[in-house]
Design a protein around this ligand. Structure first.
Ligand code: DQQ
Length: 484
């Protein structure tokens, strides 16, 4: 095991632990950070407590991949320095290439500050800047309003300047992003707020009390601003995107929306790839108690790598990268099936807890239909992915997803607007306790968690509640785990 990691045998015995999503060897993980492609390799850093399965004394874990699919753990990259500005944790930040010198920006806590570290051995080991912190507090005039909340720096270069945005809040008003500028990455000049939220606004979504993990990327002739929204320190709502223009130190938003629905995907960061793609990962939170996480010895995982792009109407599209097809193993294909109302029948030949499903449905009128998965032979454990045409939404119904009393239940929903006669196309990834659903080419994404306990909760079937629906085609693959 590389330096700084610890194993916990319980983690590998937990049947809910995902097999093909990126996870640390054990213990706690939250935000991806410092994502960078360096000399062709993909480097993933993440918020990490290597000692226990809860958020405490956060380090930066580190892994590398040649293909976005298989990962190798590397030594822990950043460890809090006793008596340093990061003595209580190395929180989220980013990575930049500073004329050939890999440079990490991260949040020192407490108080919250901006610190940097550089590497001279291709990202393997990191040296903290002796003058840390490079920004020691929010701008003086804003100190009272921000309450010292000032974290998650994100840095990029434009012309002869470096820009930095950082998350904050204005007391009783809402979240805020602050903009800074520098020529040397050490001395930073505060410019202005880039965006301020409104805690009273509920439409089209709530914008919370505090913002976290901002990032700004250029996609074609537009910019995309990602912000993760916190309602209370323990209530992470979701990540929202704004498309628009960043010009003359101001961001003018044009469209906005929730990036991934469901309530379990948070704090994503984008890795710009050499081939021009923008690939992002988000933290997948747990949906069971901290007590269970501590018992099983692990908590938190990374989403699949998702490619972000913009449609002509500036709508956001987020799709799993095609490299993931390397995981496909056994394959099943079905086509031309009229869905039938009860009694519900399983697709007898298809079973699994690690599956990829691509399905296309033709529907008439206000149909309600979908799939059941992780289905136990007696139906006591099952999770349903349902499309409700009348409500133009997909719903993941989790009330019976586990016989365990210690799991979050209820519905996770996401809007899916279909044009007249448009097919419903679902792309589903199931990885034991992780369920990610992409509808109609990534126009809608939803991520959620389920924790079936029974080893025979492996069934898959189609269901119809109302209307007429034909399955035009369905492909299912069993997926190999990360370490195969
Ligand atoms: N998690 C980090 C913070 C960030 C939050 C701490 C978001 O830097 O604001 O681990 O999950």
């Amino acid at each position: 095991m590389p330096e700084g990691h610890a194993l916990n045998e319980n983690a590998n015995r937990d049947p809910c632990r995902p097999g093909y999503h990126f996870l640390p060897p054990a213990n706690w993980m939250n935000d991806p950070c410092g994502l960078i492609q360096w000399k062709g390799q993909y480097h993933l850093f993440y918020q990490y407590n290597p000692r226990a399965a809860y958020h405490d004394l956060i380090h930066w874990g580190h892994a590398v991949s040649e293909d976005l699919v298989h990962w190798t753990h590397l030594p822990v990259a950043l460890t809090p320095t006793p008596d340093g500005p990061d003595k209580d944790g190395c929180w989220t930040g980013c990575a930049v290439d500073h004329d050939g010198i890999p440079t990490l920006f991260y949040s020192g806590v407490f108080p919250q500050t901006v610190c940097i570290a550089t590497s001279s051995d291709d990202l393997l080991t990191w040296e903290k800047y002796e003058g840390n912190p490079v920004i020691e507090a929010p701008p003086h005039d804003l100190r009272y309003q921000t309450g010292g909340h000032f974290r998650d720096p994100y840095v990029w270069q434009e012309g002869e300047h470096w820009y930095l945005i950082i998350a904050s809040k204005v007391k009783d008003v809402g979240g805020m992003i602050l903009l800074y500028r520098s020529q040397d990455l050490i001395h930073w000049e505060y410019l202005n707020p880039l965006m301020v939220g409104d805690i009273h606004k509920g439409d089209p979504f709530r914008t919370g009390t505090m913002w976290e993990c901002p990032s700004l990327i250029q996609v074609g002739d537009r910019h995309v601003l990602l912000v993760s929204i916190q309602a209370t320190p323990s209530d992470h709502l979701y990540t929202v995107y704004h498309t628009g223009k960043f010009e003359a130190q101001r961001f003018t938003p044009e469209t906005q929306g929730i990036l991934v629905h469901g309530g379990y995907f948070y704090a994503p960061q984008v890795m710009p790839l050499d081939d021009g793609r923008h690939v992002l990962w988000g933290w997948l939170k747990e949906g069971r108690s901290q007590r269970t996480s501590e018992w099983t010895g692990w908590a938190g995982g990374m989403s699949l790598p998702l490619a972000l792009s913009l449609q002509k109407d500036r709508g956001m599209v987020v799709e799993p990268v095609p490299e993931l097809q390397a995981r496909r193993r056994e394959h099943w294909h079905l086509e031309g099936l009229e869905l039938e109302p009860e009694p519900f029948k399983l697709l007898e030949e298809i079973r699994g807890d690690s599956l990829e499903i691509v399905a296309e449905f033709e529907l008439e009128g206000e149909a309600e239909f979908g799939l059941r998965l992780r289905y136990s032979p007696d139906g006591r454990e099952q999770t349903r992915i349902v499309y409700q045409a009348a409500q133009s939404q997909i719903v993941v119904e989790r009330d019976e997803s586990s016989v365990s009393p210690d799991v979050e239940r209820g519905e996770c929903t996401a809007p899916v607007e279909l044009a007249a006669a448009e097919l419903l196309r679902l792309h589903i990834f199931l990885d034991r306790s992780v369920l990610e659903v992409f509808a109609n080419g990534g126009r809608t994404c939803l991520a959620t968690r389920i924790y079936p306990l029974r080893p025979d909760s492996l069934g898959l079937g189609l269901m119809l509640r109302s209307g007429r629906v034909k399955l035009r085609s369905m492909d299912v693959w069993a997926l190999a785990s990360t370490w195969e």
